[in-house]
Design a protein around this ligand. Structure first.
Ligand code: FRU
Length: 492
């Protein structure tokens, strides 16, 4: 019975998508190469996995409108992380534990077990006791059609953890044992709770993997825990840590006790639109993360989710990024090399010296990639100012301020809609070069710099006519050793 109910709800959602997708596809704000749904609302990446020869992306999805509600799991596959094929929705609300319209099938992850693709997700319901969240299992033989486990839920909130703060299970396997980490809140502090299982159905509490003492907020959404080199990384999206919204910690993990001892912390992305990243392994062993390119209303800088709901959709993922561990145990986040296949119309300039206050148009267009290598030793400039996606009145202003040691990304004049200035520290201690790597798509800019450690992703809704992209040196000259730019192919 319940299997049929989920199937009916998937088919109903699918009819809605089919009825709207042609209209939505023509939307002027649609992205050209960032992953997005055919219609409706998307938030977190879920269940990212390479399974039977394909990358699978699942996503938090509301097929009915361009706003959050009634969470389903959307599903798409790709051979190369660039070209995507949409599949039928994987999960729809259907059971007493996941069927509330202000709830549904919340975030979770995927793993291969027993020859099948297993999903663990958070069922969110309201049986009159507030929003209750529990961890549930669904599985599939073919990786397309899923069935919810009859014994769901497999994990409920432990004593002392409020029922509406227990979610977002991330699975992994170590030797013969499955592990899962879930986000939780206890006495106003965030926790990552660790469980283990032999069979994916029966779970036993191991320990509090790590917890906030207040510095990292009251709830960790979408925790993710994985090995890299001889270290472990815990990533999470904290609620209640002000502008810190995508944090990583690096340290050592003890499987005996289930405790994580971290020594390094950092921000994955300092922009306004990078949240809930989830990681997965590529077949060649790269650890790759994908984040949701938007924000929640409880964040201090939040204005709204952008104007794209007018076109019947909202939400896309940021570009897949490879995680690299550095010698000092900090992390770099590099756009995956698969993206290079999108490049066309290459322009290369070498050894360009910019005199102060003389703007240089480095690329015209809105869908492009640019890579700049700046020789700091030969530059005397105090600031680099970049005007991106600009026309006469509108512009997005990015400033690399060497004296303040800060990057700022001001979108308050970008499009008549967006607001705010995102900021990142700029640590050039002991460096001879500054690298800047920009991915501009129709409705967003992702900017990587300083060895892919100071990254800023922000959505802007600039029309195609805002297509000037300039760089200016201020307070001295700027020596650009290499400047490469490309237009990027549309694939979505
Ligand atoms: C994070 C989040 C998760 C939750 C999901 C609901 O963005 O709030 O904690 O599972 O979104 O859509």
């Amino acid at each position: 019975m319940s299997k049929e109910l989920m199937q009916q709800n998937i088919e109903k959602a699918q009819r809605e998508i089919d009825a709207k997708k042609e209209y939505v596809r023509k939307g002027k704000m649609r992205q050209h190469y960032h992953f997005m749904p055919q219609t409706g609302w998307l938030n977190d990446p879920n269940g990212l996995i390479f399974y039977k020869g394909k990358y699978h992306f699942f996503y938090q999805y509301n097929p009915y409108e361009g706003f959050w509600s009634c969470m389903h799991w959307g599903h798409a596959v790709s051979g190369d992380l660039v070209h995507w094929e949409y599949l039928p929705l994987a999960l729809a609300p259907s059971e007493s534990y996941d069927n509330h319209h202000q709830g549904g099938c919340f975030s979770g992850s995927a793993i291969e077990h027993d020859g099948k693709l297993f999903l663990m997700y958070t069922g969110t319901t309201n049986n009159g006791k507030g929003f209750e969240q529990s961890q549930c299992i669904a599985y599939s033989e073919d990786g397309i059609h899923f069935e919810k486990y009859k014994g769901n839920p497999v994990l409920t909130a432990p004593e002392g953890i409020p029922g509406d703060f227990f979610r977002d299970p991330k699975l992994w396997k170590h030797e013969d044992t499955y592990y899962v980490v879930c986000g939780a809140n206890k006495d106003g502090m965030a926790q990552a709770l660790l469980y283990k299982s032999q069979d994916m159905f029966h779970w036993e509490f191991v320990n509090i993997l790590a917890e906030s003492r207040g510095e990292w907020g009251y709830m960790w959404e979408c925790p993710d825990f994985y090995p890299i080199g001889d270290k472990y990384v815990l990533m999470f999206s904290p609620m209640g840590a002000k502008e810190r919204t995508s944090v990583y910690l690096v340290g050592d993990f003890d499987y005996q006790t289930g405790k994580f001892y971290y020594t390094v912390s950092g921000e994955i992305d300092w922009g306004f639109d990078y949240y809930a990243p989830q990681s997965f392994l590529s077949p060649d062993g790269r650890r790759i993360i994908v984040g949701w390119a938007n924000a929640w209303d409880w964040m201090p800088f939040w204005k709204d989710w952008g104007p794209t709901y007018k076109e019947g959709w909202c939400g896309f993922f940021n570009l897949p990024r490879e995680v690299v561990l550095c010698g000092d145990n900090t992390l770099q986040f590099l756009p995956v090399s698969e993206l290079e296949q999108l490049r066309k119309d290459e322009q290369v300039q070498r050894n360009v010296t910019l005199e102060a206050e003389n703007p240089l148009l480095f690329r015209e267009g809105s869908v492009y990639e640019a890579k700049l290598k700046i020789n700091l030793k030969e530059s005397t400039a105090k600031k680099i100012c970049m005007e991106l996606r600009s026309s006469d009145e509108k512009k997005t202003l990015v400033v690399f301020d060497f004296e303040k040691a800060e990057i700022s990304f001001d979108r308050s004049r970008a499009d008549g809609w967006s607001k705010g200035t995102a900021k990142s520290p700029l640590n050039l201690l002991g460096k001879d070069y500054l690298d800047i790597h920009i991915f501009s798509d129709q409705s967003s800019v992702e900017m990587f710099s300083n060895h892919y450690q100071n990254n800023i992703s922000c959505n802007i809704f600039a029309p195609e006519t805002e297509c000037g992209n300039y760089i200016t040196a201020q307070g001295g000259k700027l020596s650009i050793e290499l400047m490469e730019t490309w237009d990027l192919e549309g694939v979505m």
